[in-house]
Design a protein around this ligand. Structure first.
Ligand code: TEU
Length: 531
């Protein structure tokens, strides 16, 4: 049980509590729902659960607007239930990762409420970035920055001061130059490590530090006024010292494009690991995927950090939909629009193959709830969209609710088993065909995506060469990638966009993502082989 390097090869399952399972029937997922599904998660074969923020929050940004880190959102449950869940999951071999959001808090957080009440120039306002406006009567925002969600990242208060929020209006940015901000987050880390958390996912980890002058943005000027600033390294080193006391793991959500700058955070005295978003941004193309894999391994190896593989999360278009879009030419986060033509059958074949590919690569894998069911992105009716990203885009971007639809557990029933039959309608509507993806249905079907994931995870656990460790590319025909894992007799072959390919001689198929054609590997299909 004391494998302190478990995170180097783990499969970590992301639980978006609000949409996972609703035990009390109020239409919102809850901790009791997760608790009831622990057998499902154990059977799936993952190693850890990462909970997106489950704290008290007005849910202006799905919980990434925290009003109290030491309390669970009452619609999800209680702190006692969280402690029990962490302990019982651990007994089943599932570690818990909690989410911490250093860049901002909710506008309902007592600190921000006190800052509003205390007025301009008060010490309470120093915990945030309050500034007078520019222009006549201070009526213009203090600088020209653009919000991560689009639009102006400043909101004016009744007394005329403006406050900075890189995300939604309800998410005021904290001032990380203030010692109280640092101290509070260090206490929060201890609070959750003391309650059994095995690790922490750090939200928007590259954004927390700001140039204190809050200058206008100038293209090409280094350092950037709010991205990837040097001050962050000092903050995360102090977090690492705390994590080390508990053998806890720090996982960065770092949107830093330059791979070398990204790798600077992955050090023995800083973050253990960080999400690799490059891979999910690549087109379904042999050269693209291979270069992403090579680049990822090349910058992780020298710093001694394991690579991570992420195909989906609560912010991006669901995998089967992304891979089913002929016009997908890269990371579509900012190019999302309504009504994009999608071939879901094709997308599903590719998602199945990508699952076997990522689970065979060196390092750790993140799996987002519903990815194991092949759930597609849902086009949410406009009048039901809640994501602030949609509103800040002026309504052109559908936002991220489409990948956050409550899970289908059974083929029928009023909410496909998300909640008890006859309970309140799910907080986000489920489409009419949701039952066809239900867990219950896929459990009974050996060819389902759920069955493929279960089998792949079972094999992965028994395969000493999988997880962290070296790999070797093997010669393969055009459009095909093949690699072996050292220290074993394991080979993965994926036909991305080539002609049906012969399998290497003297190999036996352990697992295939789809049917072979006369013994050959067709396009959009992957196999695991024993040599
Ligand atoms: O996302 C952080 C983040 O920076 C990106 O998703 C960003 O919005 C994108 O790059 C736009 O350019 C995290 C959470 O995962 C997300 O759900 C939250 O909304 C966000 O932080 C704010 O806490």
């Amino acid at each position: 049980m004391s494998d302190t390097s478990w995170w180097r090869h783990a499969v970590i399952y992301q639980v978006y509590v609000r949409s996972f399972a609703d035990a009390d029937g109020n239409g919102t997922g809850d901790l009791a729902g997760v608790h009831a599904k622990l057998p499902y998660l154990t059977e799936l074969g993952v190693d850890a659960l990462w909970f997106t923020p489950w704290y008290r929050s007005p849910l202006a940004d799905g919980g990434y607007d925290v009003s109290d880190y030491r309390a669970i959102n009452p619609s999800f449950g209680s702190l006692e239930e969280a402690e029990k869940l962490i302990a019982e999951a651990r007994e089943r071999g599932l570690r818990t990762i909690v989410d911490v959001v250093p860049n901002h808090v909710s506008d309902q957080h007592p600190w921000f409420q006190a800052a509003l009440a205390a007025g301009p120039g008060s010490p309470e306002r120093e915990l945030f970035h309050f500034r007078p406006g520019r222009g006549p009567g201070g009526s213009l925002p203090p600088n020209d920055w653009v919000s991560e969600f689009g639009g102006v990242p400043w909101t004016r208060t009744d007394d005329g001061d403006w406050y900075l929020h890189l995300f939604a209006t309800g998410q005021p940015d904290l001032n990380w130059a203030h010692p109280r901000v640092r101290k509070e987050h260090e206490d929060v880390l201890r609070f959750w490590f003391d309650r059994g958390a095995a690790g922490v996912r750090i939200d928007s980890a590259a954004l927390a530090a700001k140039d204190p002058a809050l200058p206008d943005f100038e293209v090409g000027v280094d350092p950037h006024p709010f991205v990837d600033r040097d001050e962050l390294h000092d903050i995360y080193r102090s977090w690492r010292a705390i994590a080390d006391e508990y053998d806890g793991v720090l996982i960065g959500e770092l949107w830093v494009e330059d791979p070398e700058r990204f790798a600077r955070y992955l050090r023995s005295d800083e973050l253990h690991t960080a999400f690799n978003f490059d891979f999910l941004a690549r087109r379904w193309d042999t050269a693209e995927l291979r270069s992403s894999i090579d680049q990822t391994l090349a910058y992780h190896a020298p710093v001694g950090a394991p690579a991570t593989w992420v195909l989906c999360n609560h912010d991006v278009t669901r995998t089967v939909t992304r891979y089913g879009r002929a016009d997908f030419t890269g990371f579509d986060f900012e190019k999302k629009r309504f009504g994009i033509p999608t071939d879901l059958e094709l997308g599903t074949r590719r998602a199945r193959a990508a699952a076997l590919l990522s689970l065979a690569l060196p390092g750790a894998v993140y799996l987002y709830q519903g990815e194991e069911l092949g759930l597609p992105e849902v086009e949410i009716p406009k009048d039901r969209i809640e994501d602030p990203m949609h509103f800040r885009s002026g309504g052109t971007d559908p936002g991220r609710d489409g990948c956050r639809v409550p899970l289908p557990w059974s083929s029928g029933g009023s909410s496909y088993g998300f909640g008890p039959d006859g309970g309140a309608a799910p907080w986000m509507p489920q489409p009419a065909d949701w039952g066809s993806y239900a867990v219950e249905k896929q459990e009974a079907d050996p060819d389902s995506l759920l069955s493929l994931y279960r089998e792949a995870l079972r094999l992965r656990r028994g395969e000493p060469s999988l997880g962290d460790g070296p790999m070797r590319w093997l010669h393969a025909p055009e459009g095909v990638l093949a690699f072996a894992r050292d220290g074993g007799d394991f080979v993965c072959v994926i036909n991305i966009n080539g002609r049906p390919a012969e399998l290497p001689p003297h190999t036996a198929v352990l697992l295939a993502s789809g049917p072979l054609q006369g013994g050959r590997l067709p396009q959009d299909t992957a196999v695991w082989l024993r040599t």
